[in-house]
Design a binder for this molecule. Structure first.
Ligand code: NPQ
Ligand code: MG
Length: 390
């Protein structure tokens, strides 16, 4: 790991004494529809890591079904329970690079891996008495908010929602698109809002054969088109990019720092959506951030409909200097009637979110609400596993 991240260590090696996986279901304020499907609630996986009287918290952002990625809540529980947790508990850890190396023998499962890294970095921050943002080398005291708007039954419903979020100050509106909900919708949105920062996200709904169709989006001065082609593709994106003037942003296709380097070397994208969960945690996210910054490639912080704990980590990450575009960082109430942190994340009238300066995540965890919503807890220690179901 590069020298600026030397702070991501503890003064002495730390033995992780326990890891807890907690499942809780939070209803969304309204359904969220993308090209891969519709969700009404989120099954949240919280990770708690304990050492020397301290706790660190993280979140595993996998969905319930293998749609956005192959990972699910079930696969993540399995790999943490049977492989990752035993490896983390086995011997003391000196810092994030040591942590990443401990899990390096295991292939894949970035979201499960990331949930553990997030909890570990929160633990380091608390052990050092610092905020996660400052530990990471964050420089921005407020980060730019944006909102991702799902596919609607009617264009009128989309226009109402855009109106609302523009009025709330959000700095960028992103529309989910799919075949049948794309060019005509964007045209109508632009007719009402000629000057807003507007982008679209296809979640891999098209193929190269759709190039002539996607080319029509060039008429609408979009900030970017996100992940038009398949989730595991880089090269067709390079091909598509040569035929469009709209900048291409990759999300699903950037699964690691290596994929990011190859994407930039091959001209596959103009912009990177960085999600700590998708890339396997802070170790990869920091490397991707540094790479993009050194190449002058804009980065923004993506979102996975996280609870406050994942949201707080996103805000900390987005405080790094390379995050130059508004992200999918929204207020807690954009997704949930009540969040599990206090204070909840709010978007100011200027369309920014404050980066907390408190120790660790910088938010209190609403333990009563977490307890009320908890469905199951699995606790892992060196001695074995305890399960409780409520
Ligand atoms: C994206 N997020 O940028 C994702 C996609 C996404 C805010 O647009 C359950 C699990 C629901 C994963 C909804 C936003 C999800 C999900 C959306 C991922 O592509
Ligand atoms: Mg996306």
């Amino acid at each position: 790991m590069s020298p600026p991240y030397a702070a991501l260590r503890t003064s002495a090696p730390l033995r992780i004494e326990a890891i807890e996986l907690r499942l809780l279901r939070l209803d969304l304020v309204e359904p969220f529809e993308t090209s891969f499907g519709r969700v009404r609630s989120r099954l949240i996986v919280l990770v708690k890591m304990e050492a020397e009287g301290l706790e660190g918290w993280g979140e595993i952002v996998a969905g319930e079904e293998p749609l956005y990625s192959y990972e699910t809540v079930g696969t993540a529980m399995h790999v943490v329970r049977d492989y990752f947790a035993p490896a983390v508990l086995e011997a003391p850890l000196s810092g994030l690079s040591d942590f990443a190396e401990r899990l390096a023998p295991f292939r894949g499962h970035p979201m499960a891996r990331a949930g553990l890294e997030l909890a570990y970095v929160d633990l380091i921050a608390r052990a050092r008495g610092e905020s996660i943002a400052s530990l990471l080398g964050g420089v921005q005291v407020r980060v730019q908010a944006g909102v991702s708007l799902g596919i609607q039954a009617e264009v009128s419903g989309l226009l109402e929602r855009i109106e609302k979020f523009v009025r709330l100050g959000y700095r960028r509106i992103k529309l989910k698109i799919k075949p049948g909900w794309d060019v005509a919708v964007v045209r109508e949105v632009r007719r009402h809002h000629p000057d807003i920062l507007l982008s679209v996200d296809a979640n891999a709904a098209y193929t190269l054969a759709d190039r002539p169709h996607l080319k029509q989006l060039d008429a609408f001065a979009l900030l970017m088109i996100e992940q038009p082609l398949e989730h595991d593709d880089l090269l067709d994106h390079a091909e598509l990019r040569r035929g469009l003037t709209t900048p291409i942003c990759l999300d699903e296709s950037i699964g690691s720092a290596r994929a990011a380097r190859q994407a930039l070397d091959r001209g596959c994208c103009d912009i990177v959506n960085l999600k700590v969960g998708r890339v396997g945690g802070y170790s990869q996210a920091l490397a991707i951030h540094d790479l993009c910054r050194s190449r002058g490639v804009p980065v923004w912080c993506g979102g996975m409909l996280e609870s406050g704990i994942g949201r707080a980590h996103n805000i900390a990450l987005a405080s790094l200097p390379g995050f130059t575009l508004p992200g999918d960082i929204s207020a807690s109430r954009r997704y949930f009637a009540r969040d599990i942190i206090a204070p909840e994340v709010e978007v100011g009238a200027d369309g920014t979110v404050e980066v907390p300066r408190g120790v660790g995540l910088g938010f209190e965890i609403d333990r009563d609400y977490v307890a009320a919503k908890t469905e199951t807890v699995e606790r892992f220690t060196l001695r074995g596993k305890t399960v409780s179901v409520s």
